[in-house]
Each structure stands twice: as C-alpha cells, then as structure tokens.
Ligand binder design. Structure first.
Ligand SMILES: Nc1ncnc2c1ncn2[C@@H]1O[C@H](COP(=O)(O)OP(=O)(O)OP(=O)(O)O)[C@@H](O)[C@H]1O
Length: 253
C-alpha cells in the first residue's frame, strides 16, 4: 500500500515551465486518470511522479520518503511505469519481454507470471513469438503485461490504451480497476474522456502545465471545465448507475 504526494512540483523543459507548482495527494486503492489537451503536461507530470526527470521545484514523496533520494532499485520496486513510446529494442519472445517486469523472481517464476498475465490479456497464442512479429495492439498489450506482472504498489501508465481496439481498451481498464481495488495506487493518462468518466475514482485535470482540478468525474466533467479546458460542450449523466459523458464540439478557437 502506498501513498504518493506531490508538493509544489515544477518542471522546466526547453526554457518553459511545462509543469507548474502541482500539489496532489494520491492514495492507495484508487484509480486516478490524468486528462488534458495535447501539451497540457500529462506525460511530464507522470515522469515527475516516477522521478524520471529532474524536478525544478517541489518534491515527490512515497509514503513520506523523498522519491528522488531513493536508490533506483528500491524506487523501481515500488513503482511500475509504462512510457508513452511503445518501443521494444530486441525481438525477444513476448513472454520474455513481459517477464522483464518482475526481475526479483527466478527466471522460471518470472516466465510463469508473465505467461499468466499474457493469457489474461489474450496473448497466450503468441507468447513464444518475437515481439517484432506482433501487431501494434498485441505489442502494446505485451508492454502492459510487463507492467502488470510487477509487484509494485504504484502503477503509472502513460496512455495505456494506445493502439488497443475498443474491447481491449475496456478490458485493460477493468484490469487496472481490479488492481486499484486490490490496494494499488493506479495513475494513468487518457485522452478518451468517456472512459475516464466511467472508470476513474478521481480525475486530475491538467491545462497549460497546471493542475486545474483534482476531483471526481462529476465535478471535473462539468460544462465549465469542458468548455474552458477542452473547448467542448457536454454533460455527465448517471444512466442506470453508469457515468455517461455526452460531448459536442464547439467552433475552433
Ligand atoms: N524534451 C522537451 N523539451 C522541450 N519541451 C518539451 C519536452 N518534452 C515536452 N515538452 C513540452 O512540454 C509540454 C508538455 O508536454 P507533455 O508531453 O507533458 O504534454 P501531454 O499533456 O502529455 O501532451 P500529449 O497529450 O500531446 O501527449 C509541451 O508543450 C511540450 O512541447
């Protein structure tokens, strides 16, 4: 179980402040979705959480301990990270790529765990096939399996649904939801606001490097934020206990 705290986190890239004074408390057992327009700072914020870039201000703590000061191996044991770029350098069998997510296990146990995660992600038939011979969506699921086999307390996933068909998008979100229900802290960025509304406990709304709001979907997906941040008209309704977001475009600014 882990809590992650960001206090006044700022990141400057190319001379621009791309994440500005972000503070947030993220709890175990919750699924958080980071949303915001292109360039809002979502990837940079996730990298800052994972301590994959230098902070220009502020602090990230995990259970009260400064993440930057943690030895990398310990940090990696606590946090699993899925980068937005879905590149795999070597043409290893899928099962071996997925097994890289649990380096603390013996090779045999790691392969067993990797196989069962691949199975859960519908890849049992291609588990021995080299990843270069897979489709984009299959490769994306292998990389998700690599994260999901990890016994980390915190999962940070940058656009985990890229390249997945609609059924797999939902299946992956259900799996991540289960991990949150097991007590993990799950943070992911998404562009699909409909899915974000349905699956998130809380939304982190990023805009121009700032965390505009961190709250439940019913608050963040209000007409005000949808129009001010996304230039969209819309409303969130409860339909038979499901949060359904209706969106309409507005004239381009
Ligand atoms: N290495 C870099 N050097 C300079 N500027 C960068 C660098 N990486 C990102 N940026 C800038 O930082 C800002 C935030 O980028 P970031 O990738 O975090 O946004 P994002 O919300 O994830 O966007 P998208 O939805 O398009 O993936 C953007 O304006 C981007 O151009």
């Amino acid at each position: 179980m882990a809590t992650l705290d960001l206090s006044d986190v700022s990141v400057i890239l190319g001379g621009e402040t791309v994440v500005q004074s972000v503070s947030a408390h993220l709890e175990a057992g919750k699924l958080y979705v980071v949303v915001g327009p292109n360039g809002a700072g979502k990837t940079t914020l996730l990298k800052a959480m994972a301590s994959l870039l230098r902070l220009d201000g502020g602090k990230v703590t995990l259970n009260g301990e400064d993440v930057v000061a943690m030895p990398p191996m310990r940090r990696a044991a606590h946090m699993a990270y899925l980068p937005q770029e879905r590149s795999i350098a070597w043409d290893l069998p899928s099962v071996d790529v997925a097994a890289l997510g649990c380096p603390h296990l013996t090779p045999e146990l790691a392969r067993q765990k990797a196989f069962s995660e691949l199975q859960a992600l519908g890849l049992q038939e291609v588990s021995d096939r080299g990843v270069f011979g897979l489709s984009g969506g299959q490769r994306a699921r292998v990389l998700l399996a690599r994260v999901l086999v990890s016994s980390a307390d915190i999962y940070l996933l940058d656009e985990p649904l890229i390249a997945l068909d609609p059924a797999w998008q939902r299946h992956v979100l259900i799996r991540l939801r289960e991990r949150a229900d097991e007590g993990k802290t799950v943070v992911l960025s998404l562009h699909d606001l409909h899915l974000a509304a349905q699956f998130a406990d809380e939304i982190l709304l990023m805009h121009r490097g700032q965390l505009v709001r961190k709250a439940g979907p019913e608050i963040v997906f209000s007409a005000k934020y949808l129009s001010e941040v996304f230039n969209l008209k819309g409303e969130l309704n409860d339909v038979a206990g499901q949060r359904i977001l209706r969106l309409e475009s507005m004239p381009l600014l």
